[in-house]
Design a protein around this ligand. Sequence first.
Ligand SMILES: NC(=O)c1ccc[n+]([C@@H]2O[C@H](COP(=O)([O-])OP(=O)(O)OC[C@H]3O[C@@H](n4cnc5c(N)ncnc54)[C@H](OP(=O)(O)O)[C@@H]3O)[C@@H](O)[C@H]2O)c1
Length: 233
Amino acid sequence: MTALQNATVCVTGANGGLGTAFVQAALDRGAKRVYAAARQAKDWADERVVTVDLDLADRASIERAAARLGDTTILVNNAAIFPHGDLLTAPIEDIESTIETNLVGPIVLTRALAPALRSAHGALLNVGSVLSWFAVGKAHSVSKAGFWMATNAFRLELAADGVQVLGAYLGPTDTPMQAGNDTSGMNKPADVVTAVFDALEAGEHEVLVDDLTKQVKAGLAADVTALYPALAR
Ligand SMILES: NC(=O)c1ccc[n+]([C@@H]2O[C@H](COP(=O)([O-])OP(=O)(O)OC[C@H]3O[C@@H](n4cnc5c(N)ncnc54)[C@H](OP(=O)(O)O)[C@@H]3O)[C@@H](O)[C@H]2O)c1
């Protein structure tokens, strides 16, 4: 169980759709400081928000940011990219940068902030996806599947020190990541963040935000053709 009240929260990808909603909701729930980490800092109309430059694809940038984040009590690994090329044909650099930004960078940042989280008995909140369990996102799915397992491994490694590790999994949500798609039936960022922070404050290990995500996770236990009917003979 981790309270937002009086917490010092770091949100990566703070300028994005969900990132901004995480920053706002943390403030609404009484955080005393929110580090808004982004590649390009923007102005926030709240003196509790401190901007931090962070490029997750750049180890030196992660190191510089971590040096400023030593009093973090809740780390929200939210930033990610979603290029759409096929695994077989996209430039390999696109696949590498997806895995670097969505998986390796957050692991490096978590390692750097683990001492702070441990001493605060704080929390790690990793934003996964329905695509952690469904391959249509290609390189993004590969990175999010790895991030799911990294989240589980961090949970085991941090449990003894009283650090809560929450994995958040969600389907399509109306953010810039969905630019060009019909967003009418999608989750709203504020609703997602409410569900995720409620789960954090309730002490959960995992939160599945919507029915699609619950169905896909349940489908993992079935034959592979349950999730991919086109493969059925
Ligand atoms: N939207 C959905 O449908 C959906 C569904 C399931 C899960 N999610 C997950 O939700 C999380 C938030 O995504 P979103 O929907 O809010 O997308 P978004 O609006 O595109 O935001 C993503 C953020 O990540 C940042 N970012 C990208 N590359 C980065 C890097 N190298 N270093 C640091 N920050 C970087 C972006 O920063 P810049 O502004 O500098 O580009 C942006 O602020 C992601 O983990 C995503 O996978 C989203």
